[in-house]
Design a protein around this ligand. Sequence first.
Ligand code: ZN
Length: 439
Amino acid sequence: MDTQDVAAGNAVQRTMALLGSLPDPDSQESCIDRLQLVEQATRMLAGDKAQTTSRFVDYREADEAAVRVPTSDRLKGIEAEVGLARGESPYVGAALTSTATALTTVLPQTFAALNAGRVSEYHARVVAEQTSHLAEAHRREIDAAIAHRLGQASTTQLRRLIQGHAYRLDREAAEARAEQHKARRRVCLDPAGDGQVYVTAELPTHQGLAIMDTIKQLTDKRISAGAALDEDGQPLTRDQVMTDLFVELLTGQTTADGVRAEVVVVMHDTTFLGDDNLPAWLLGHGPLPAGTVKDWLADPHAATFFRRLYTRPTDGQLVAMDSRARRFPDGLAKMLKIREDTCATPWCNSPFQESDHRIRWADGGATGWTNATGLCRRCNQRKERRGWSYTGTCDELTVTTPTGHAYTVDTRPPLAEIKHWNSDPPPLGAIDIAWATAA
Ligand SMILES: [Zn+2]
């Protein structure tokens, strides 16, 4: 069943009708009264979700034991099933599943507070996550120790309180956790909107402080030398100088503006050659103002390559040829990247990593546009497990989980969706698969 069907279902409507007995929001005071009561109800419903999730895990475990699924293979993929049922990514689904298990087993006080509407679902999740590395007995002890603060403490206070208790109870585990985190150091790139990105590094505190110290010292030096000016000779702000130095130090370029990078952007011809208001689309990152991208392309030092892609006029869906090869040809894989942009599994935010045959090649699935899906590595692996299937056309994808629940999403290229926002995709089956070309 689709989540929309569940939301529109009679049982849910009947339940919502009960809210009619709450005070009408007809004055400032009654609005706040109603808000508090609805918030309490939301928390109690979150308690129900935790209980239901935990029961789902128990049933699955019992079923798998009954059919002798090897222990190491049990409960695989349940995080995605919980995520799909709740309209969340597999990553969030995993956090919700482990929170539900913890609440219903080792965090009885927090669970009771959630069921009574005294603590929010988010704070209950903080308690579960902040204690997840501890032994069961220690989790129970912290649960009891912080119970009186639930519903009073802010998120930061709650986190620090739990960390303090965790260090007190198991110093070694805390130190091991710090070591594990050090091993997990990483650098990430995330869109920040308006043509900007965040480059974030997760690293040991002293190293982070050293980086900021170095940048600050060099910034002071540049400013006091009178060298912190823009191309018109106007003084740059301290933040601008620090950011330029960050780029120069990491790329080895002498000026931040001189950096080179490979960027793949998609633009409609009406934007590139004409002057319409559509954005450009940076693969894997999302929309950018077209003018910004045109400035990049106009840079005389930029090596620019163009690849022309053909779209169906009614709705901008890309048209492509099929291939006899088992592997996706480069052109088809690139087009798939444009269509999906991120992993195609509903609500999964992970980047596109693998081109996949929806129906396996071994089972007669063609290497073609209609049978292709762009997935992240984890979704691609999970899809091969018992009970999962990915089906559909190039315009939509239906993911069916081991419980038989199906989730359907549209798969139009995001830029086409913006251009053709007010036109419906043509009926299924009327798709004209033509060809793709590289210019
Ligand atoms: Zn995914």
